[in-house]
Design a protein around this ligand. Structure first.
Ligand SMILES: Cc1cc2nc3c(=O)[nH]c(=O)nc-3n(C[C@H](O)[C@H](O)[C@H](O)COP(=O)(O)O)c2cc1C
Ligand SMILES: [Fe+2]
Ligand SMILES: [Fe+2]
Length: 405
């Protein structure tokens, strides 16, 4: 049976959530599920804004049918072609064959790659700033290339100040009745998921996100309707401020992430000691992860949040410990920059991890590697305590210098 929510007098949420999917994009763990949002505007013309993933197709079709209440569907706006949204487009068009598809030129091309029916469709190709009038509402279109794919556009309803932002401002996490960010404790219960979603899904495209944020700054936005997660209608600046930081690779706060790759536990021992020494020096809210245990998507998100990273790794077949190498590759591929890093290595016969980690960091933008370092040969020796203390001293001093800025 249908399960919709009203956003304004003539705008409805017609999406649904999936709590079964283990891996979003077959990569990212989503223990709290995910929502696929779609919106239906009931103006003189009826307008569906994006469709949904196949997983929730049945519910979605019921929702659309219920809100339309027998009216025909005039337009389907495709802001983003990725199949977590467009998978149900073909079937939607068989239910509403008169609907005309509104999308960017690139989206039209991509739809023809995904769907055989695309050649028979009536398309309205929208360029930057084009306007579609649907009666009371005027919808303006803006390109948002690479947020998250090249064909993405935003739709702005100038009449009501509603921004349909595609994947931008989305988050992992199923919606549990409350579809508005002001109906949930977003800062405490959702922000970590939102950051992990941002960093992993669009983190690489900071300059493109920054560009679209500049366009958005000129719009009188009263609400944001993303394709995943809650709708924003209050305190929008809080979220825009986070996006501005994430997009410019600016740490949210001076704080430390410690990641270690350890087989027998001696490298972990060093990481734990540095953590405790940092705490003794007043560093608060330290985050420490074993790269073999914690999925890289969480580490990428923590790295986007924090200003300093301590990397401790065993040597493995003359390389960085594999799981650490993968985690660092993820940081590099998501274009992490502007961080201060300390490196600790371990090896029983020819420690190489430190040198190779530094080489990877050199390939990233504006990463400051501290001189203080520790090379462990198997287990820590008493005299190495001073070296670990020196690492903690240098990191803590750098954190507190940043706090004074
Ligand atoms: C499969 C394998 C490959 C390794 N390759 C190297 C190596 O190339 N060079 C080296 O110095 N140590 C190598 N080691 C040894 C570990 O780096 C070393 O024992 C280290 O102290 C382990 O730290 P941990 O106690 O944190 O696991 C290797 C260990 C394993 C299991
Ligand atoms: Fe996407
Ligand atoms: Fe998406």
């Amino acid at each position: 049976m249908y399960n919709t929510r009203k956003i304004t007098d003539d705008l409805y949420w017609v999406g649904a959530s999936d709590r079964r999917l283990a891996l979003f994009e077959n990569v990212y763990p989503i223990p709290d599920g995910i929502s696929y949002n779609s919106y239906l505007l009931m103006d003189e013309k009826t307008v569906l804004i994006d469709t949904v993933d196949n997983a929730i197709g049945e519910r979605f079709f019921e929702n659309v049918g219920h809100v339309l209440g027998g009216r025909k569907l005039d337009y389907i706006i495709v802001n983003h072609v990725e199949p977590d949204h467009s998978a149900t487009l073909q079937h939607t068009l068989t239910l509403y064959p008169e609907a005309e598809v509104v999308c960017s030129a690139k989206a039209k091309l991509m739809l023809s790659q995904f769907f055989t029916c695309a050649s028979n469709l009536c398309f309205h190709e929208m360029a930057e700033g084009d306007v579609l009038s649907t009666g009371r509402h005027e919808l303006t279109f803006f390109g948002a290339p690479m947020v998250h794919w090249p064909e993405v556009m935003f739709t702005f309803d100038t009449t009501d100040g509603t921004l349909f932002s595609a994947d931008a401002f989305g988050t992992f996490g199923a919606l549990s009745g409350n579809i508005f960010a002001d109906e949930v404790d977003f800062e405490n219960k959702w922000m970590d998921s939102a950051r992990r979603y941002y960093a992993n899904i669009v983190g690489k495209y900071g300059p493109q996100v920054t560009k679209v944020l500049r366009t958005a700054a000129d719009l009188a936005i009263r609400r944001i309707c993303p394709l995943h997660g809650p709708v924003w209608r209050e305190n929008i600046d809080l979220y825009i401020d986070k996006y501005t930081k994430w997009a410019s690779y600016t740490p949210e706060e001076p704080s430390v992430l410690i990641i270690y790759g350890s087989i027998y536990g001696h490298t972990q021992n060093a990481a734990d000691i540095v953590a405790a020494e940092l705490a003794e020096r007043g560093v608060r809210d330290i985050a420490e992860y074993d790269v073999s245990v914690t999925d890289a998507s969480y580490i990428v998100a923590e790295a986007f949040r924090r200003s300093h990273i301590v990397i401790a790794s065993a040597t493995y077949n003359n390389e960085i410990f594999t799981k650490m190498e993968q985690a660092l590759l993820e940081l590099s591929e998501h274009a992490l920059q502007n961080r201060t890093v300390a490196v600790i290595e371990n090896g029983s016969w020819a420690p190489q991890a430190g040198k190779k980690i530094r080489a990877m960091l050199e390939g990233m933008k504006n990463i400051t590697v501290l001189d203080e370092t520790v090379t462990i040969k198997s287990a820590l020796k008493d005299e190495q305590r001073a070296q670990l203390t020196a690492v903690a001293d240098a990191v803590a001093a750098s954190v507190s210098a940043m706090m004074k800025e």
